[in-house]
Ligand binder design. Structure first.
Ligand code: F0G
Length: 475
């Protein structure tokens, strides 16, 4: 069949509150033009993140009723542990409340000041947790990632030559372990090929450097391997995932993504001594090692979610949904990073608003304008998120790229929701010459994108008014 349908139907629904454009103009101004400060109920389509926003299945809800909330040795932990061990192939499974808790615990045991941790690209919490230990997080993305229009199938790959140069220049003794993010979220959600992972492992092994995978979107990465890498088409998603992790010494997982859960995560590894050290630290802050900051029912939801995410029907639909959104946006004159990822579509705001210099935050303009025109919440991934501000001189640096991420929550939105997003983006495209930049009014010293406030550079009607309103019910 040509038409790929959602492999599920709705059993419970959550109403969407509609707002008018003039209400949204006020909401934006009240939020200091920062979408993190907008109440979720004032958002029509929320594409801020795919993290913790999945709709759970009837099987997950049923499993939650079986949740065993015993403090020690709960049955839910053993079901969770066995599922993780089965899929990922690691014997030691340590639950945590989310991905960054795994990062803090793991790096706390494994990283010391002066160390270097390479990766294809570290996610921002991973980087922050490494740097908080006085170590250096080094990104070594492959060169193809620098061409937004290149259709290279594995733009998430790590640059092996750059890795070899890093090891030669700094010495393997400074690298306690290496990481790999699959898919590469901060690098446009692009996948990593199995052959790149194997080669990465081979080079690391010659220097006795262990490899730990940031596995948040492991099933999506496995699907891309199956569909795009030579010789992989006949393999199941499960066996590809297993092969990926066979090259690693362990993984850190945010189960809020491919765990299909609203909360949770884990560290999985084979090294019993290291696991014991992590568990000692876990008890101090997260909880007893058989629940690690989660309820028994959360462990149950993740155990079922990890199985469901391996479904090819689900992954095929998910890939088709992202591609549908990508095609609609690009056909409407909104340039996006190519090829489309699976958990998100990334608008190239720099290419879209060529008349707005990076210093005037074109990504933030697009994000605010999507909200103003259609109540759509997206996330700026550009100079607001990655630019640097020097508090002494007031100097500002800009980011490598100005992107706006439209993240796709799992099993939440339908095709008509995407049609609506595409239509709103088309309205932006038609009036884009009239849009002007923004400036930062207030910014905190770190992670400024969450709490900074902004102002439009032309203020006649609040945020840059585009010429027309979307011709939909949501006005
Ligand atoms: N690693 C990756 C690749 C991530 O994308 C995230 C979170 C984390 C680690 C941290 O996990 O949120 O459970 O603590 N990404 C979210 C996002 C926040 O919107 O992309 P967490």
């Amino acid at each position: 069949m040509k038409t790929i349908i959602e492999p599920f139907r709705s059993k419970m629904v959550e109403p969407i509150k509609f707002t008018t454009r003039s209400q949204r103009m006020q909401i934006l101004a009240d939020a200091g033009y920062n979408l993190f400060q907008v109440k979720a109920e004032d958002v029509i389509i929320d594409l801020l993140t795919d993290s913790g926003t999945a709709a759970m299945s009837s099987e997950q809800w049923a499993a939650m009723m079986r949740g065993d909330e015993s403090y020690a040795g709960c049955a839910s932990y053993y079901r969770f542990r066995d599922k993780v061990a089965d899929i990922f192939g690691f014997s030691q499974v340590i639950p945590v409340h989310q991905g960054r808790a795994a990062e803090r615990l793991f790096f706390g045991c494994f990283v010391k000041p002066g160390d270097i941790v390479p990766s294809n690209t570290h996610f921002d919490t991973t980087r922050a947790n490494i740097e908080a230990r006085g170590a250096q997080a080094v990104d070594l993305p492959c060169v193809e990632v620098q061409s937004p229009d290149s259709d290279h199938p594995f733009k998430g790959n790590i640059d092996i030559q750059a890795l070899q140069e890093l090891i030669k220049a700094e010495g393997a003794h400074r690298i306690p372990f290496a990481m790999l993010t699959i898919t590469n979220n901060a690098g446009g959600g692009q996948p990593v090929s199995l052959s790149n992972i194997a080669e990465y492992r081979r080079v690391l092994r010659t220097h006795n450097i262990p490899l730990y995978v940031d596995a948040a979107r492991f099933a999506e990465n496995a699907y891309f391997i199956q569909r795009r890498e030579a010789g992989q088409m006949t393999k199941s998603i499960r066996s590809i995932a297993r092969e990926v992790f066979s090259h690693a010494d362990g993984c850190l997982m945010s189960a809020k993504k491919d765990g299909m859960a609203n909360m949770g995560g884990f560290i999985a590894l084979n090294d019993e001594q290291l696991a014991a050290k992590i568990k000692e630290s876990l008890i101090l802050t997260e909880g007893f090692p058989t629940y690690g900051g989660l309820s028994g029912r959360d462990l149950e939801a993740i155990a079922v979610g990890l199985e469901e995410v391996l479904s090819e029907d689900y992954l095929q639909y998910r890939e088709a949904a992202a591609r549908y959104l990508y095609n609609g946006l690009t056909e409407n004159g909104v340039p996006c990073i190519s090829p489309p990822a699976m958990h998100a579509v990334y608008i190239n705001a720099q290419a879209f608003l060529r008349h707005i210099p990076q210093s005037q935050l074109p990504g933030q303009v697009v994000a605010c304008q999507l909200y103003l025109e259609g109540g759509i919440r997206a996330c700026e991934i550009g100079t607001v998120m990655f630019g640097q501000h020097d508090p002494d001189t007031g100097a500002e640096s800009v980011a490598r790229q100005e992107l706006v991420r439209l993240a796709i929550p799992r099993r939440v939105y339908t095709q008509s929701h995407f049609d609506y997003v595409i239509e709103v983006a088309g309205i932006l495209a038609q009036g884009k010459e009239e849009l002007s930049g923004m400036r930062i009014v207030y910014q905190p010293p770190a992670l400024r994108h969450f709490t900074a406030t902004f102002a439009p550079l032309t203020t006649t009607k609040g945020c840059n008014p585009a010429p027309r309103r979307p011709a939909s019910a949501a006005v």
